[in-house]
Unconditional design. Structure first.
Length: 314
């Protein structure tokens, strides 16, 4: 992987799995320190839930969100401990939804202790909003944005995510989502796939969560990023701390533009990406956006072995 045009990217909710981060914790003191700090900040054993489950507990938003962030930053800290970061320095950082908090930690804009506390509360607020306004998400395949917008206007659902070509995620109440599924199939959608989430995320049904999160963000210091940062609510670079805080608030109840964010990075000559944390969700999305993009996943101990070897052999 070339090192001159690299971006660090961070996954969001849904990438979690039981066992995540354990081999990093066992093999790297830097990773152990991150998990231990998360446990101390949160006041419960997040590491144990990550390593042992049960999956029902790990998938709760208030647990899943700090878990994904903690694993992502643990992997980031491990990269810093080997010479590889010098070989592939980032000129930009981005994260998908929850992953923006990880990206902001990586680019020096948020302290990890503040970020892990914020996303724990963010998850609680989103769960509370979901109880008040039950609903879900679904991925619609085979229609264009204009058709999706028309379906939303007809049925009262909203576009939640535009992640990659041919994949549009909609959000809304259960009743409206059923209407939207029928309308999408009538419009020629190939498939409508319900997503395993606990609420109508990235829609106006999350407005109460956004309002609560705004209060929490007002009490946290956000610094200017030390590399380019691109929030996926706007898909435009942002370095003003006040604006970043406002966009983090807005993001909870708004559409995220991941595909457009990656296209902006591509236009600036960034073709190499390092994905930190659990799974390979972002790699899959980037391959759908452009198969020529290079993505290195840093999730497990084995992912770092080749990097460490290449550094020691030089």
């Amino acid at each position: 992987m070339q090192t001159n045009k690299t971006a660090y990217i961070f996954p969001g909710q849904g990438a979690q799995y039981v066992g995540m981060g354990k081999d990093l914790y066992d093999n790297f003191p830097q990773a152990k320190a991150v998990f231990d700090q998360a446990n101390a900040v949160l006041g419960f054993d997040l590491a144990k839930i990550c390593f042992e489950g049960p999956i029902e507990e790990l998938t709760k938003s208030a647990v899943c969100q700090p878990a994904v962030l903690t694993h992502s930053i643990a992997a980031f800290e491990v990269l810093k401990s080997v010479c590889a970061q010098k070989k592939m320095p980032a000129i930009a950082c981005a994260g998908l939804s929850l992953g923006e908090y990880s990206a902001l930690v990586a680019c020096g804009s948020l302290k990890f202790c503040d970020a892990v506390s914020l996303v724990h509360k963010r998850g609680q607020f989103m769960d509370q909003a979901s109880l008040e306004n039950p609903g879900t998400l679904a991925c619609v395949l085979g229609i264009d944005i204009a058709q999706a917008e028309n379906i939303c206007a007809q049925t009262g659902v909203e576009i939640a995510n535009l992640n990659c070509p041919g994949q549009i995620v909609i959000s809304g109440s259960f009743e409206n989502m059923k209407k939207a599924e029928e309308a999408a199939k009538a419009a020629g959608a190939k498939r409508v796939l319900p997503l395993g989430v606990s609420g109508p995320f990235h829609s106006s049904l999350m407005n109460s969560a956004a309002a609560k999160l705004k209060i929490e963000l007002a009490n946290v210091r956000i610094n200017q990023p030390n590399v380019l940062f691109i929030p996926n609510v706007t898909a435009e670079y942002e370095n003003d701390p006040e604006q970043i805080g406002q966009l983090l608030t807005k993001q909870v109840a708004s559409t995220t533009f991941w595909e457009k964010s990656i296209e902006v990075l591509k236009k600036d000559g960034i073709n190499n990406f390092v994905e930190f944390g659990p799974g390979k969700v972002l790699r899959g999305l980037l391959q759908r956006i452009d198969k020529a993009l290079n993505v290195l996943n840093l999730d497990k101990n084995s992912d770092f072995e080749a990097i460490a070897c290449s550094c020691s052999c030089e």
